[in-house]
Design a protein around this ligand. Sequence first.
Ligand code: NDP
Length: 335
Amino acid sequence: NRKVVLNQRPQGEIKDGDLVIKQEPVRDLKDGEVLIKTLWLSLDPYMRPRMNDSKGYMDPIEIGAPIVGESVGRVVESKSPNYAVGDVVTSYSGWQEYSIIPGDAPMVYKVQDHGIPLQAYLGVAGMPGRTGYCGLVYVGKPKAGETVVVSAASGPVGTVVGQTAKQLGCRVVGVAGGEEKCRYVVEELGFDECVDYKAGNLEQDLKDACPNGIDVYFENVGGAVTRAVAKLLNSGSRVPICGYVSAYNAEDASKVETPFHVFGAMEDKPEHRFFLVTEWQDKHQEITAHLAEQIASGKIKYRETIAEGLDNAVDAFKGMLKGKNFGKQLVRVAE
Ligand code: NDP
């Protein structure tokens, strides 16, 4: 069993030797356990803060342990009545070719067939998609005619936020890095506008794209984008704080100006709070089915970037934190 483990905690950007590949035989199953072969691995920005020693909203990954992550896999052996050989499941099995889980482990779901590719259950029909949907609908509470801005607009979270907000009748403005991503967000995903924050004119471009100000800002990135957005927020606006990826490689997290600092310091503060997708865990199946149907019927479009094999996972992950991915970043581990 080959796995990517945390060899030492990265300082700033991930460097050679921080994450290494280890090989171990797969042990025999005990009663009640299930052996899963990983097919697809999801790479998600939140994995970077978990490599640090500080406790965030999740515990740090231990040195020597595989990097945590959700995957789609097939049951290849089962000593649990809950799973049969051949079942396809999503589980938090980490960056490894095989994993053993107890048959009653939480957060493991059998994939229902909605006629969409399996790996979509790690992206727009998976955890990032549910994050975008729930954060927008339940925290952002957008109303028809309002202006919704979402950063990291071409990624799986932003993709679902923007297309859902369009369906709700909002004016939708994306923020993304580079002309190609912005063109895709408008032409393919149907956003009204998309601002390229790398083009050098962020504040003015955002102002031009939001002539009526901003009512909902779905926060994915932090940094300069957050500061530009803050100037345009209308009274009574809502800011679901989903993440702030621009700070994830910071050497000293305590020195980062977070979205909480920026929005909390405003005189007319927006309603802002950090949320976790797991707040709506009881709606997991319902929202997954909704998103999968939207994908199957072409109402939600998306892109993905695929790295081949576990050996390329680390480079793909480093690239994603710099925006080298275009759409959901995945690793194809096995056919
Ligand atoms: P993406 O696939 O969108 O990948 C991250 C993107 O962030 C990059 O592609 C890049 O896009 C952008 N980015 C990187 N660095 C910067 C920077 N310095 N300034 C601005 N943008 C930057 O990721 P996801 O859709 O999977 O996740 C989006 C956000 O959602 C993340 O913050 C993540 O942590 C959060 N999240 C939160 C969850 C929760 O429960 N709260 C659950 C899941 C995700 P570009 O090229 O456009 O800059």
